[in-house]
Structure formats: C-alpha cells, structure tokens
Design a protein around this ligand. Structure first.
Ligand code: SF4
Ligand code: SF4
Length: 386
C-alpha cells in the first residue's frame, strides 16, 4: 500500500505559482527520475479532465496552467508528451480541436511542444483481474503510452459523489461509449466498482489533482467554483483522492471507489493514516463542499448493506437513496441529454426535454452534460406526491 501524498499550496493560477507547486509535488517523490526513472524518448499521456468545451474559469476542466507546468517538466526530462481527453459525445477531430482550444490546451501544446490527442479511436484492452468488468474499449493514446498521468480536477459528481484522480480515468473510454458503459452497469455500486477495474487497467504512473479552484454543488459541469488552494500528487490515485476528499470534508466512507479501495487494502480507511510528504497537512486546505446531490451522499451503512445484501434488497436500497434528475425550466432544447442518455429515455417536444422516469437508471449523464444547467438532482422522484 503506497500511502504517500504531496499537497502543495497554490492560491492562484499564475504561471509562477502553479509551476512552483507542481514542481514541489514531483520533487516530493524524487522528481521525474524518482517516479519514472528515465523519461528519455518515453511516451507520456496526460489524461486531463475536459468534460466540456468551457473556459478554465468555470472550474470544469483541469486548468491549463497546471497542465502546462506538468508537461514542461516532463518534456524537459526528455519525454514525448501527449495531452488529451475523449469528449462526451460522438466527437470527431473538429469537436476535439474546439474542446482543446476553448479549454486552453491548444495554447499549452503550442507553448510546450506537447501533442494533442486528436485521434481517440479505441482498442479493446483486457483486464483479467477486473471484479465487474474484464475488458474495456480504451482510447488508443492511453494504450500507446509508456506512462499515463491522470491530471484531474477536484469536483463533485452525481454518481461517484467526487471526481478526482480515479474518476478522471472514465474519460479513457471514448465519447458516447461511456453511455453504453452506464447502460451495462446501471447499478450504482457496480458502476463505481467498474471505475476501480478501469483504474487497475490504466495503471497510471502518477496522478495530479488540480484543487486550486474546485467545484462544489451541481458538479461536474454546473456547480460553483470554490477555492481550495491545493495541487495534490501521488503515485497511488486512491491515496490522492482520499487526501483531497479530506480537504473538502467528504467522508471517504461516502465515496464508493474509496470504500472499495480500502476493502482491497489499496488505501487506509482514513486520511489520518496517509503519509503526507513535505509536512503539509490537509487541515491547511480545509473547506466544506456541498455535494452534487445537494444533500447527504450514500453512507457506510448503505454501502455495507449493498455489499452484503441480496440483489433485491440492494435494488431497494438504491431505489430509496438515489436522487432523480429533475428537468427544470432552464432547458433550451439542445438535445444533448437525449443523445447521451444510455436508456434513450429522453424525448424532445415543444423545445424542451422530457424524461421517462420509468426507464431512468439514474446515471446522471444528462445532468453531467446539460450546458444550460437545467437538470438538478432531487431526492424525490419528480411528479411523485409528497
Ligand atoms: S441538455 Fe439540458 S438544455 Fe439541452 S435538452 Fe437536455 S435538459 Fe434541455
Ligand atoms: S434520464 Fe438522465 S439519469 Fe435517467 S437514464 Fe437518462 S441520462 Fe441517465
């Protein structure tokens, strides 16, 4: 079990502040030599979180200053760096170019000499050790790399509750295939287990989470930016997420992937048992994040019951505790939610989206993608009598 995490204080996105913080994080692990040994001519893929083509100040995407500092250090050490994500729709090269331009990655590539992943065609990759999924379609830049780095954004998330180093890797599954993965793993517990399998397959060499400004509330797209003032790094992505959750006051017991990782003895049960390098404590960044669900997330009891209970009882627990997507008046009828919904349960009429709740699996892909922020997560099924 690798318990080491480095948390570097960084209160703004000026190039100098970020460069210093990212340098501290890597130096905490012995620099690039300590993490990767020799990077000369090695292909490194930086998997950034580019959920949507929105500017960096929205706090949706990994900030370009963080990616630039990281890419420059790797390139200076001799690596051939590619930066990329797979997009959330059936993105072709044109859509990816726009994504990279709006999120600031194009400029990062121009300034550093890094490549941008413009072809994200997938290949099948086997993971025999998987607990719920033993093979995945993975974008080729991930499979072609000698080393993969997860460069994530600290945010809330409807289905995973928190998105950081581990959840960021879901973007290694191409475009709309993500929706298919939701459809084949509609059970919340199985889906979060799948994230652990995917994390095992990708086997990142290092992870960084951009928490200078994170996102609370209706994440991962429509929440509110909130300063945390930290850039974290670790070899073990679960350890890093455990530390970041402690910073934003999320109990690790309420984060399914962290609960599974603790069961598998990949991390300790509590952030107090982490090995925080450089003497930087989580208390320095202590913040309270409002979760995406707007209320309490799934707790230990529910998770434990989920593990032990027979399938029918698990479904009943899920039925009771999972929030519902409420489609509000802000809908502009763009149809993105209907395109991505794995159950094809959303229809458009009168310029508005209308979900069929009887078929909804509460994957929250619609809430995650809605550009108008028209979908909120509510405890009670919309239309249900109180
Ligand atoms: S994505 Fe949002 S704005 Fe677009 S149709 Fe769906 S609910 Fe309406
Ligand atoms: S309506 Fe939204 S939450 Fe329900 S299945 Fe479709 S995308 Fe998932």
């Amino acid at each position: 079990m690798d318990r080491r995490v480095y948390l570097a204080e960084c209160r703004d996105y000026s190039a100098a502040s970020v460069k210093e913080a990212v340098g501290q994080v890597l130096d905490g692990f012995g620099g690039t030599g300590g993490i990767f040994r020799d990077l000369t001519h090695k292909k490194v893929f930086i998997k950034v979180n580019l959920l949507s083509a929105v500017p960096p100040e929205r706090a949706v995407t990994t900030h370009p200053a963080v990616v630039e500092a990281l890419a420059q250090i790797l390139i200076d050490a001799g690596a051939e760096v590619t930066i990329g994500d797979s997009g959330t729709t059936s993105a072709g090269e044109q859509a990816l170019r726009r994504l990279y331009r709006v999120t600031g990655m194009e400029e990062v590539a121009q300034r550093t000499g890094a490549q941008l992943a413009l072809s994200v065609s997938p290949r099948r990759a086997e993971y025999p050790a998987g607990k719920v999924c033993r093979s995945f379609n993975i974008i080729s830049p991930v499979l072609d790399a000698d080393f993969v780095i997860s460069a994530a954004k600290l945010k809330t998330h409807g289905l995973a509750y928190y998105t950081g180093a581990v959840k960021n890797l879901f973007g290694c599954i191409p475009g709309l295939e993500k929706a298919g993965t939701h459809a084949s793993h509609p059970d919340k517990r199985r889906f979060n287990r799948l994230l652990c399998d995917l994390c095992g397959l990708v086997a990142t060499a290092f992870s960084i989470v951009d928490g200078v400004v994170g996102m609370e509330g209706a994440g991962p797209l429509n929440g509110n930016p909130k300063e945390v003032g930290v850039i974290g790094g670790a070899v073990n992505p679960y350890a890093l997420d455990l530390a970041m959750c402690e910073c934003v006051s999320f109990s690790p017991r309420s984060i399914p992937v962290l609960s599974f990782a603790a069961d598998d003895r990949l991390i300790p049960r509590s952030a107090q048992e982490l090995d925080l390098l450089g003497g930087c404590e989580t208390s320095r960044f202590k913040t309270e994040f409002v979760p995406a669900t707007g209320g309490k997330s799934v707790g230990l009891a529910a998770l434990a019951l989920g593990k032990l209970a027979p399938r029918r009882l698990r479904e009943a627990i899920r039925e009771r505790r999972s929030p519902w997507p409420l489609f509000g008046d802000g809908c502009v009828g763009c149809g993105h939610c209907a395109e991505i919904c794995p159950r094809r349960t959303i229809s458009l009429s009168g310029g508005k989206a209308h979900p069929d709740y009887t078929a909804c699996i509460r994957c929250y892909c619609c809430q995650e993608i809605c550009p108008a922020g028209a979908i909120t997560l509510v405890r009670r099924r919309p239309g249900e009598n109180v």
